[in-house]
Write a protein that binds this ligand. Structure first.
Ligand SMILES: Cc1cc2nc3c(=O)[nH]c(=O)nc-3n(C[C@H](O)[C@H](O)[C@H](O)COP(=O)(O)OP(=O)(O)OC[C@H]3O[C@@H](n4cnc5c(N)ncnc54)[C@H](O)[C@@H]3O)c2cc1C
Length: 380
């Protein structure tokens, strides 16, 4: 067993680190304040090859693996979790959906422009009545000749304000088992009868947009269906296994940022005539943050590696997301504590980390749902 990154992976991580420090970090605090979507960061990521990381080269991607994607997401999220989730959803959910579920024509039509950072992807499964219980979705699509006609509302669509390609899950038939009769379809921005509606005002990842989307007699060609009509739910779950590795990477990035900010502050801040870094209580916090973050990162990279090896990775992805999201929240909270009163102010980044960390325990499967997935495997 070798825990070291190979030379290529080190180069990818170094490039991502440079991109994060030079392009993403400047303006992250300002974007958080104004909720300005990081579209420039997304386009710049395209120039670095970070918008189609695991897309094979024949479809215009970087042809790398999920370990590399995870390394990139850790670095970007260290700088800005809003830019991080934009890249995670685009790579792990949208590009991956088209690669896994798409036929040759669909892959060639969408992936090269998505991988180049020209088209931004979004993924829409949740609705008002169903998040964890995704199979209960009701947004409908009826067959009409060569088209599907979509009617209904979806909620919480990340990046919807700027996305060009939406991976949407709709109900094409009502069957006794709810997860049957769900279809996955690509809806393009500008399609008649489709609009992005209310944008949510959020606690964290405030520069990322989260919106309601509405379909009203919206005709989408059946040529946009990914896989078979009525067979979309297994695809949704398969894609989410990869997505969870992306969110675990986001959580590791936030935890790493929390440690870095805390170390800097603990060395600079003096109390009782000494830097606070000399106090055992502060050192214990830093040690705990470091140990938990290392564990979370190792579990995240293990899940990514298993995915690259073509091995089952659903349980490992759930384990990584569970631990990493808890670690991000723990580390960000401790970072605020180490900063004392300063940690509660906008002047320091740790209050943003604490707000941003919170979502990692909620989207792409809550903490409770990860425990459900893991416990099923434990008991099997
Ligand atoms: C900022 C943001 C961005 C998002 N982006 C997207 C996106 O891009 N695409 C998308 O499709 N969705 C997105 N979502 C939706 C997100 O995935 C859901 O909010 C999440 O899955 C939880 O669903 P819910 O909100 O309906 O909560 P519910 O499912 O109603 O859960 C409420 C509570 O009950 C618990 N619970 C539910 N079922 C069980 C169970 N069986 N056992 C134990 N506990 C249970 C949950 O863990 C939670 O604590 C986003 C949400 C947010 C807030």
């Amino acid at each position: 067993m070798d825990f070291r990154l190979n030379e290529d992976q080190q180069m990818v991580r170094d490039a991502a680190r440079q991109f994060a420090d030079d392009v993403v970090a400047p303006g992250a605090a300002a974007r958080d304040l104004t909720s300005e979507f990081p579209i420039d960061g997304f386009r710049a990521a395209g120039e670095y090859g970070f918008t189609g990381v695991a897309v094979p080269e024949e479809y215009g991607g970087a042809g790398l693996g999920n370990v590399e994607l995870s390394l990139i997401l850790i670095e970007v999220n260290r700088a800005c979790a809003s830019t991080g989730v934009t890249l995670s959803v685009h790579n792990s959910l949208a590009c991956n959906a088209i690669f896994l579920g798409g036929n040759e024509e669909q892959r060639k039509r969408f992936l090269p422009r998505m991988a180049a950072g020209e088209l931004l992807g979004a993924y829409s499964l949740s609705e008002a009545g169903c998040g964890s219980d995704a199979a209960a979705l009701v947004c409908s699509a009826k067959e009409d000749g060569d088209d599907l006609v979509l009617d209904g509302t979806k909620l919480w669509v990340t990046s919807a304000t700027h996305a060009d390609v939406f991976i949407v899950f709709v109900r094409t038939s009502r069957e006794p088992k709810l997860h049957h009769g769900i279809t996955c379809v690509i809806v393009e921005k500008g399609t008649e009868g489709f609009r992005v509606s209310k944008k949510e005002d959020k606690l964290g990842i405030r520069a990322s947009s989260t919106c309601e989307i509405v379909f009203d007699n919206c005709h989408v060609p059946k040529a946009n269906v990914l896989g078979e009509i009525g067979r979309g739910f297994p695809l949704a779950m398969q894609i989410l296994d990869g997505g969870r590795i992306g969110i675990a990477s986001q959580a590791v990035g936030i935890a790493r940022a929390s440690i870095a900010a805390s170390v800097k502050y603990a060395k600079e801040r003096h109390a009782f005539g000494k830097p606070i870094a000399s106090f055992q209580a502060i050192r214990a916090k830093l040690a705990e943050m470091r140990a938990r973050t290392d564990a979370a990162e190792l579990m995240t990279l293990r899940a990514a590696w298993l995915k690259d090896e073509g091995e089952p990775h659903g349980t490992e992805a759930a384990c990584a997301k569970l631990l990493a999201s808890q670690t991000a929240n723990f580390s960000a909270r401790e970072a605020v504590q180490i900063h004392g009163g300063a940690g509660y102010l906008e002047d320091f980044p740790v209050e943003r980390y604490m707000r941003d960390a919170r979502i990692t325990e909620i989207y792409e499967g809550t903490t409770e749902i990860q425990r459900l997935v893991i416990s099923r495997a434990v008991l099997a």
